[in-house]
Design a protein around this ligand. Sequence first.
Ligand SMILES: Cc1cc2nc3c(=O)[nH]c(=O)nc-3n(C[C@H](O)[C@H](O)[C@H](O)COP(=O)(O)O)c2cc1C
Ligand code: SF4
Ligand code: SF4
Length: 369
Amino acid sequence: MLKTDFLGMKLDNPVMIAAGPWNRDGKGIKESIEAGAGAVVTESIVSDTLLDVRPRISCDDKGAQNIRLYSDIQIEGWEREMDIAKSAGGVVIASVSGHTASEVAYLASKLEKFGADAIELSVSNPAVESLEVVASHADVVYEMTKEIVTAVKIPVIAKLSQNTTNISKVAKAVKDAGGSGVTAINTVRGILGVDIENAAPMLSTYGGISGEYIRPLGLASVATIAQTVDIPICGVGGISEYKHALEYIMLGASAVQVGTAVMLEGREVIRKIVQDLEIWAQNHHISTLSELRGKALENLKSFEEMKFEPAVSHSSGVPCGENCSKCISACMYQAISRKGGQISVDRTRCTGCGLCTFICPANMLKLDL
Ligand SMILES: Cc1cc2nc3c(=O)[nH]c(=O)nc-3n(C[C@H](O)[C@H](O)[C@H](O)COP(=O)(O)O)c2cc1C
Ligand code: SF4
Ligand code: SF4
C-alpha cells in the first residue's frame, strides 16, 4: 500500500530520512534504514571538510536552529561508509554540496561508484552566505545540475531553498538541466531566540531554522512547484507525524523527508509515521498513496479566484462551557456574544473573516459559504 516508485527507485514507503548529522556516516545511515525509512539521504558531502563550530545546534519545543555545515568525512572515506550504509540493503541518496559545477559533479561521480542510488544536490544551506545565493540563482543551479547529470547515470535531485523569491524558476532550471526531481525545502535562515538576561542569541550567528516553524513554508513551496513545473517533488520541513506527510503528498509531493523530528525524538518516529500512514490509508480505502498526490491542489485557488460574496458565521447552538470565550475575544467585529449559555453570532456584524471557525476548540462555529 505504501510502496512508492520515486524516480525509478523502488521504496518500501515514501518516508525518507533527510540529510543531516543523524546520517553522518555508514553506521548512522544503516540505523536510519533499519528504523524503516523508505530511503535515507546522507549528510551533505563536500570536497573541503571544515572544522565544526561550537555550539552549533539549539532547539525548543517547536524546532531547531543549526549552523552545522557538512559531513566531516572526506570523499575518499565515503567509500567505506557507503559499504556500511548499503549493508542494510536500503536506498541511499548521497547529498553533495560545493561551490562549482565541476566540484559537485566530481563528488557525485565518486559517490555513484561507491554505490549511491541517487544524488541530491544541496544548494540551500542558509548558514553559509555564498550557498544561499546559489539557491536563488536559477542559472547556477542549472549549471550544477547539468554537470552532475552528465557525470552520473543515477537520478539527480536538487534540494531547493525557500529563501528565494521565485522557487518555480529554480525548479524549472533543474528540470531543463535534466534533473529528475527536486526536494523542497532546506532549513530557513533565522534566529531561534534570544536569552534576554544576557542579551545573547541562542546561537551566536544566523542559522537554519527547521521543524514545526517551517512546515507552512515547506507546504507552500511544494504546492507552488507542483502547480508550475512538471517535476517529481520530495517534500520536507516540519514533518513529525503522518498527517504532515499526507499534507505534503496532497499538495503534490511524491515522497517526503523527516529531519528535525528524527534529531529530537529519535529514529523511532519514522516507524510510527509509516505505521500511522498505513492505518490511515487502510481506513480510507486508499490502495496506493499516489492516488492522493496533488488532491488538495484542486482546492488551492489563486487570490483572484477567491470569493468576495458575503459569508457569515453561525454557531451550532450547542451550549458552551463558561470556561471558554475564545471566539468572543477573537472576533474583531464584535459579532459574537454569549446569550443564555449559548454562543450567538450577530450575522449583521459578522464579515465572514473565518477566524472563529478555526479558533474554536470544539469546532462549533461554521461559515456559510
Ligand atoms: C542539524 C541539521 C543539519 C542539517 N544538515 C543538512 C545537510 O548536511 N544537508 C542538507 O541538504 N540539509 C541539511 N539539513 C536540512 C534538513 O535535511 C531538512 O531539509 C530541514 O531540516 C527541514 O526539515 P525538518 O524540519 O524535518 O528538519 C540539516 C538540518 C539540521 C536540523
Ligand atoms: S467569521 Fe469573523 S467576523 Fe464573523 S463572527 Fe467569526 S470572527 Fe467574527
Ligand atoms: S470558541 Fe467555541 S467553545 Fe469557546 S466559547 Fe466560542 S463556540 Fe464555545
